[in-house]
Design a protein around this ligand. Structure first.
Ligand code: PLP
Length: 401
């Protein structure tokens, strides 16, 4: 029945596929810039002290058990996560207009959101995605049976935002179109709108009555917890109905524990109540209930003022570290004399930079230099350590010349 698989090979060009290829490469020269997880400036994995302390407390707590969660996950986690995303003083929360479920991290939350829209959103079957977007957005929207269209986003010439093009495309979208946005730290480009530009995007969304699906996987990872939530809160506070997918992979370093949430900000408390039940019904045949442990860690941290402060202090170190690595790479590119302008490395934000390298150049970097990156030229700054910047710059030079 499955002859097709005899010639089937695993897709090797996903970020995780490339990272696995890097891990299997025995070369002492290798540099993995495809990695989607934080690495310290010494190149090590990071477990936050607040996470370790939460684990210790959970282990010591006699009430800790391995019973099932409900379909919507841990309700305390959902509430704390919603407060983190929308702000503890959010009017939408106070009015009971937010339906929340615990998802299987950001990816699983996005997928439940896509399934929800596919099944219950009646105004449009079109999902409008940034050009380019995180490849999983494309995959999910398509597999949820929605029609993909693009809005202009990344400007090749400035290696920044094509704001005018973006607005034009939003204003030309059919009424009610689903608009997928990233709240901060845009993956793969590292290009985010300014606060003023967000105002313009909101106005266009209101004008065309677009339904916003906001992916905010990097809250706290780009600037800080408040600023990185500003775009989400702008849309919520303007009274729009929207979906928000949230992840604790980056902000708490809980990648493999799969901690995230999906929030539907609805027009009324009645709608939110029913929608929460509908979201849970969607989850039943998918995986029935989400994993428990990571959400328990996040809840322990968020609910305890002292632990929460410790987490915030630790988290606040990470954006600065990524900015330092941008600067180190930029300096190395200048020193080595790599042709072209590299200012965009400094201007782009978050974990990723869109270098502008072509697919052929990326292939050369991997084969000749053991420098691993996704074929779209995206690098993860956290894969860089200071001492390897010069090597990477020399590799870039060789690939370009
Ligand atoms: N959304 C974007 C744009 C991402 O880059 C990621 C992670 O790389 C996610 C969502 C979700 O990640 P996770 O499933 O680990 O929460």
């Amino acid at each position: 029945a499955f002859e097709v698989f005899a010639a089937w090979r695993p897709a090797a060009n996903t970020a995780i596929g490339i990272s696995q290829a890097a891990a299997a490469d025995p070369s002492p020269d290798k540099v993995d810039l495809s990695v989607g997880a934080y690495r310290t400036e010494e190149g090590r994995e990071l477990i936050l002290g607040a996470v370790r302390e939460a684990q210790r407390r959970l282990e010591a707590d006699p009430a800790t058990n391995h019973e099932y969660l409900g379909h919507g996950g841990n309700p305390r986690f959902c509430r704390l996560a919603a407060e983190l995303a929308l702000g503890a003083g959010s009017a939408a929360l106070a009015e009971g207009r937010v339906a929340s479920i615990q998802g299987v991290s950001g990816t699983g939350s996005l997928w439940v959101g896509a399934a929800f829209l596919s099944r219950y959103y009646r105004r449009s079957r079109v999902a409008l995605l940034s050009a380019p977007s995180w490849p999983l957005h494309d995959l999910m929207m398509e597999r949820a049976g929605l029609e993909l269209r693009r809005y202009r986003y990344y400007d090749e010439t400035t290696r920044g935002l094509d704001y005018e093009g973006m607005l034009e495309d939003l204003r030309a979208a059919p009424q009610g179109t689903i608009l997928v946005l990233q709240g901060c730290g845009h993956n793969p480009t590292g290009v985010d709108p300014t606060p003023q530009q967000w105002q313009g995007i909101l106005a266009a969304a209101q004008e065309r009555q677009l339904f916003v699906f906001m992916d905010n996987a990097y809250q706290g990872f780009v600037c800080d917890l408040e600023e990185d939530a500003a775009a989400v809160r702008l849309f919520v506070d303007a009274g729009l109905e929207l979906l928000v997918a949230q992840s604790f992979s980056k902000s708490m370093g809980l990648y493999g524990e799969r901690v995230g949430a999906l929030h539907l900000v609805a027009a009324s408390a009645d709608v939110a109540r029913g929608a929460e039940a509908a979201l849970q019904e969607l989850i039943v045949p998918m995986y029935a209930t989400p994993p428990k442990y990571g959400a328990a860690i996040a809840t322990t941290i968020l609910a305890d003022p002292q632990l929460r402060q410790q987490w915030q202090r630790e988290l606040a170190e990470l954006p600065g570290s990524m900015l330092r690595r941008r600067q180190q790479l930029y300096d190395a590119l200048q020193e080595v004399g790599v042709p072209g302008s590299w200012e965009h490395i400094l201007k782009q934000r978050g974990m990723f930079s869109y270098t502008g390298l072509t697919e052929a150049q990326c292939g050369h970097l991997m084969e000749r230099w053991h420098v691993y990156l996704t074929p779209d030229g995206r690098i993860s700054l956290t894969g860089l350590t200071g001492p390897r910047c010069r090597y990477v710059a020399e590799a870039f030079k060789d690939a370009i010349l």
